[in-house]
Design a protein around this ligand. Structure first.
Ligand code: ARG
Length: 588
């Protein structure tokens, strides 16, 4: 379906052409003076020089041509040369009605859908998720859903950190605590137990203990490194323990992501691509890209146009060990081979900007990707506390994601049970749903690259630019529709007529922006645009709601039209929050 402003611009262009001017001058935008008009066109000012005429004269001539227009009910030239426009109510209602009939409210699908891999989440096994992982999961999930909605094939990969020192540390600690475990007996050739020798809560305690100890005890650290080497080089018992750590961790991660309504198509990790590394490195050497520098193998990635120094991309350390880089490069190779994406998107902390610049350049230079494969990086800022410093627990520790979610749910529970009776079970369920909207909206409504302050009071408020406010609006609409049904009406059958009130028209105008907003949000990979849109939409709805009698409307046709408007508003809002990764309850 054509975008609404494009349609208006086309009509305006025709009027410019009819008056003897370039049709391209007829660009129409939403008015920035809503007190004066609904839409505006500044083309007369832009054309004044070219046509050597006063802009007000051009505007006057164009306005003349718009008399009797079926699109603009009013077009007035205003000094120094604006065209102030008012929309025909019929034309607007027709467009909005059309949105209801179309799939996805009239959003056009791309001519060439892309295949996209999105790398997000990035948790490290054996380590608990912390608040930093929240952003990658929340933003990545939303980008995945948005791009899918816009017609692309999108594959989400969690890209587990499962190949690092943390496993060596956990094993070193186990060696101290349970030296008799069969895994440490290198002469053992039998099967290993299917059950891990630790539970998730033990693992949660083992890793931090081991990590702290390695900072003080050099011997312990050396042991951890040796264990890591053994895992990586396939020593049976160590591999078996690593498998246990991975399994126990992944089960816990899935539970955490489930609570966040985050879902991955692939649970691949760094370990999965290790065997691709030797050949990849060989090819980089053969191609003349990789060379030795101070014993390490590197690929130069600087370019002439660089204004700052971009250091070479290190492929192997001087001891021959692979790095974080190497694994990311091998993962690109693997994805190109098995999936063949047109685009790969990474969602990570913005401190990894230079790192990804190096990796992308290296992948391109060494031919791991085709020239038209797009490598794209979305960097996000830090979650800060109210003091403006990185978010911590009350006693200054790293905030675990699980606790942050729990605190938010508790606060929400307190709020919804404060002034009313709700059965505890229902209140708990509802609190969870609303808390998720608070967390996610609080994050997504900011531009991803910006830091933001986690403000529990503000995020969980039912007023203002918050998730709960959006949900509240949806629930309000649902409850009116339920009453309408009780009165014997059928919302699905309602037909839309032209708006009678100003706020009703404004609501329709806001709805008409949907496809343009969605297209821009996807093109710019910007979930914050969806948030801004639904905030405006919810405001437009609530304004309309306070000014309009709906259920008590006596004219049956008009009542049905108001209901049609409610249905569409609810559907658009619910679609948008689903793209942001949360849902609305039935009641709240
Ligand atoms: N595991 C990493 C971390 O916790 C993030 C991984 C990001 N993704 C990637 N392909 N490097 O910091």
């Amino acid at each position: 379906m054509r975008k609404f402003l494009d349609l208006l611009s086309e009509k305006m262009g025709e009027a410019f052409a009819a008056a003897g001017y370039d049709a391209a001058l007829g660009r129409v935008t939403v008015s920035n003076r809503p007190d004066l008009c609904e839409y505006q066109c500044n083309g007369a000012m832009a054309g004044a020089k070219q046509y050597k005429k006063a802009p007000i004269v051009i505007a006057g001539e164009v306005a003349e041509k718009l008399r009797g227009s079926e699109v603009f009910s009013e077009a007035a030239a205003a000094a120094p040369g604006f065209l102030n426009l008012k929309l025909s109510g019929e034309f607007l209602a027709q467009y909005v009605m059309e949105m209801r009939r179309h799939d996805k409210f009239g959003l056009d699908m791309p001519e060439k859908p892309e295949k996209i891999v999105i790398d997000y989440g990035g948790p490290n096994i054996a380590k608990p998720l912390h608040v930093g992982h929240l952003r990658s999961a929340v933003i990545g999930e939303s980008i995945k859903r948005m791009l899918r909605y816009c017609g692309h094939e999108v594959i989400g990969d969690v890209h587990l950190g499962d190949w690092g020192l943390q496993m060596g540390l956990v094993i070193a600690e186990l060696q101290e605590r349970q030296p008799g475990l069969v895994y440490f007996d290198e002469s053992y050739t039998g099967e290993y137990p299917a059950e891990a020798p630790f539970t998730i809560s033990e693992l949660e305690e083992i890793y931090p203990a081991a990590s702290a100890r390695s900072k003080e005890d050099a011997q312990f650290k050396a042991k951890a490194m040796e264990n890591t080497y053994k895992i990586q080089n396939g020593v049976r018992g160590y591999r078996a323990l690593w498998q246990h750590i991975k399994k126990v961790s992944v089960a816990d991660l899935k539970r955490n992501y489930d609570d966040l309504n985050v879902e991955f198509d692939l649970w691949k990790g760094e370990a999965d691509v290790q065997e691709l590394i030797p050949d990849m490195v060989e090819n980089m050497k053969k191609g003349g890209y990789a060379y030795l520098s101070d014993g390490a193998l590197v690929v130069d990635v600087k370019e002439e146009s660089d204004t700052k120094e971009i250091p070479p991309c290190m492929i192997l350390k001087s001891d021959g060990a692979a790095l974080y880089n190497t694994t990311d490069l091998a993962t690109i190779l693997d994805r190109m081979d098995k999936i063949g994406p047109d685009r790969i998107i990474y969602v990570t902390d913005k401190r990894q900007e230079l790192y990804f610049q190096q990796v992308f350049r290296c992948a391109r230079k060494t031919g791991l990707v085709t020239p038209d494969t797009e490598l794209c990086w979305v960097g996000f800022g830090t979650v800060n506390g109210r003091d403006g410093k990185p978010f911590k627990t009350r006693d200054g520790g790293v905030m675990r994601l699980e606790f942050l979610v729990k605190d938010t749910v508790d606060e929400m529970y307190r709020k919804i049970t404060e002034n009313r009776d709700m059965p505890a079970e229902e209140a708990e369920k509802t609190a969870k749903i609303i808390a998720l909207s608070a967390l996610k909206y609080g994050d997504l409504s900011n531009q991803a690259s910006k830091d933001y302050i986690f403000d529990m009071d503000r995020f969980t408020s039912f007023e203002g630019d918050t998730g709960p406010y959006i949900l509240y609006t949806i629930v309000r609409i649902k409850s009116i529709l339920a009453k309408y049904r009780e009165q014997g009406g059928d919302p699905a059958k309602a037909a839309l007529l032209k708006a009678e009130g100003g706020s009703e028209k404004a609501l329709m105008m806001q709805l008409s922006q949907f496809n343009a907003m969605m297209e821009a949000a996807c093109a710019e990979i910007a979930p914050n645009k969806v948030c801004a849109y639904i905030y405006d939409l919810a405001n437009a709805f609530n304004h309309f709601y306070h000014e309009t009698k709906i259920l008590s409307e006596e004219d049956a046709g008009r009542k049905s039209s108001l209901i049609a408007l409610l249905v569409l508003t609810r559907d658009v809002l619910e679609t948008c929050i689903d793209l942001l990764g949360f849902a609305a309850p039935e009641k709240m």
